[in-house]
Ligand binder design. Structure first.
Ligand code: PSU
Ligand code: MN
Length: 312
């Protein structure tokens, strides 16, 4: 049986799809590779609560025992968060082998978009996306997240791309591949900064500054174009100062990862850097990460609610 035809929905998601409720997808690599236990579990349940507070339905996506799932139970979230049995990091390329070999793993942004698009879920909130890595000119390390955004109609709400990546090259890549990029926020003032995950401003700009309602209107206007979009919400301002301190640790971690002795390659690079930055910042990076992903879940749910009202 194909992995996609094995896709299973929780009862709540079956109902939400049938009754046309707003749904916000959530990834699970943040549980299996992005955050340490038990903060990964408490964050996952908090994100679900934040989305419900706004009147939308959360849909965590993962592959469990070979079964791609949309909507996870509390015990499935808790199981993933314990990292037992060495869970896979599941990008698009890993979905079929994980299904065939009955493996369990967290879906990345690319893996989650693939499954969310199949389920007909338009909105997906996460922390940061993968992008074009520094030195990609020689390593070719470009995250599959960017490719997936370019070929699916999913709209992703995130806090930009981490400065472990090459921001201008990431923006160039998104432009070339037709992905809409905008900032989104509840503030009255327009904001044309492309955020840098731990910091509200990367020093690079976007062309559109949207309210959640306007982001939903862009979603409606994108129908038929099959355009993916990246809606970027900056980390809340109280974390800005800490962001510049974390930046120093980011630079050091990137340098260490490039040191030949460490031999960090491929899909292990992003989790390795996240863990090293947490060590170097005394876990401050983790608190920032949790704050921004909650902010994105809230704004993502607001966009999804507006979108569904506009559809009616
Ligand atoms: N950024 C984070 N935390 C994460 C990730 C990115 O701050 O957990 C994860 C996401 O799942 C993203 C993936 O899709 O890392 C990107 O990995 P790569 O760079 O190998 O494509
Ligand atoms: Mn990579």
């Amino acid at each position: 049986m194909s992995s996609i035809s094995r896709l299973k929905y929780s009862a709540e998601i079956v109902d939400a799809l049938a009754t046309r409720k707003p749904i916000v997808a959530l990834e699970s690599t943040i549980l299996t590779h992005g955050l340490p236990t038990p903060l990964n579990y408490t964050t996952a349940t908090r994100l679900e609560a934040v989305i419900r507070e706004q009147g939308a339905v959360p849909a965590h996506i993962a592959v469990i025992d070979g079964c791609p799932r949309v909507g996870l139970s509390d015990s499935q979230l808790s199981h993933l968060s314990l990292h037992s049995g060495n869970p896979l990091k599941i990008s698009r390329r890993d979905i079929a082998p994980a299904a065939a070999l009955h493996r369990t793993g967290g879906t990345t942004v690319a893996g989650t978009i693939t499954l969310a698009a199949h389920a007909g879920i338009k909105h997906f909130a996460t922390g940061g996306i993968g992008g074009v890595h520094r030195n990609a000119q020689s390593t070719w390390d470009v995250s599959a997240d960017l490719i997936e955004l370019s070929r699916s109609p999913t709209h992703v709400i995130c806090a930009g791309a981490k400065s472990i990546l090459d921001t201008p090259l990431t923006l160039e890549y998104l432009e070339t591949h037709g992905v809409t990029v905008a900032s989104v926020g509840e503030a009255a003032q327009p904001n044309y900064n492309f955020p840098a995950f731990y910091s509200p401003n990367s020093g690079h700009h976007v062309q559109y500054s949207l309210s959640p309602l306007q982001a939903a209107q862009v979603g409606i206007a994108s129908q038929g174009l099959q355009s993916g979009a990246l809606f970027c919400a900056p980390i809340p301002p109280q974390y800005a100062e800490q962001g510049s301190r974390i930046q120093i640790a980011v630079e050091r971690a990137v340098q260490e990862s490039q040191h030949a002795n460490n031999n960090i390659l491929g899909k292990d690079i992003t989790p390795w850097l996240l863990n090293r930055i947490a060590q170097l910042t005394d876990n401050n990076s983790i608190h920032s990460n949790i704050a921004l992903v909650e902010n994105n879940a809230r704004i993502g749910a607001q966009i999804a609610v507006h979108y569904h009202r506009l559809l009616e």
